[in-house]
Design a protein around this ligand. Structure first.
Ligand SMILES: Cc1cc2nc3c(=O)[nH]c(=O)nc-3n(C[C@H](O)[C@H](O)[C@H](O)COP(=O)(O)O)c2cc1C
Length: 199
């Protein structure tokens, strides 16, 4: 079991070349992401993570909206590569949007004043854990995914389009789809420079 787990962790890569070809049913996808949301840990079991799963046309809408938002801020003469990148994400089947509910964090800060400064940090850490769980789970099922950060530029447009609570803070976007190309080679720093063991 632990070998399978580590293999899945190793196999997870940033896959930018993705298509709309289906891998799982929408119900299976929903269950997979739901399990990750339920079982990823959070500080004080606060469960501050919120996710929005956008599939098919809803996914397309996100990347159209992101393209138009970026068009407002990227100089026209440099927009080509940005538009190309947006198209590559739009080529996928779906996107997972990761949020953290700020009411949960503020509630904890009031209740446990001693840890006040830690709760926003722990919230981001917990979101990162969830992102890794979903990313790895998607790739284990045959999808390719990447982690993107067009927040805070797109926050208002996203909140308006999907009618989301203003207290949900957008943390990351994870477009995914069936891979159409292998990821590039990855460089690793020597492990002995990064890990010490004392025994
Ligand atoms: C916290 C965090 C933020 C990242 N942000 C981005 C991002 O905004 N855009 C992107 O394309 N990749 C992003 N990445 C992906 C990394 O660049 C990538 O994971 C790293 O280069 C290792 O490659 P691999 O994912 O193929 O193993 C992010 C990864 C992490 C962990």
């Amino acid at each position: 079991m632990s070998k399978e787990f580590l293999e899945a962790i190793k196999k997870r890569r940033s896959i930018y070349a993705i298509s709309k070809e289906s891998v799982l049913s929408d119900e299976q996808l929903e269950r997979l992401i739901g399990e990750a949301v339920l079982h990823t840990p959070s500080a004080f079991n606060s469960q501050s993570a919120r996710v929005v799963v956008l599939l098919k046309e809803q996914h397309d809408k996100l990347w159209d909206l992101t393209t138009e938002t970026l068009r407002q801020v990227v100089p026209a003469e440099n927009f080509g590569p940005t538009e190309e990148k947006m198209r590559s994400f739009r080529n996928g089947y779906g996107t997972v949007l990761y949020f953290e509910d700020q009411t949960v964090i503020e509630g904890l800060q009031e209740k446990f004043a001693l840890y006040k400064d830690n709760f926003p940090v722990w919230s981001e850490q917990s979101s990162g854990m969830l992102q890794l769980v979903v990313w790895t789970a998607l790739e284990a099922e045959g999808y390719g995914a990447t982690l993107q950060h067009y927040n805070p530029l797109i926050d208002d447009a996203v909140r308006k389009e999907w009618n989301l609570p203003s207290t949900w803070k957008l943390i990351a976007q994870m477009p995914f789809g069936k891979p159409t190309a292998e990821p590039g080679e990855k460089q690793f720093q020597p492990l002995e420079e990064r890990m010490k063991v004392f025994k």
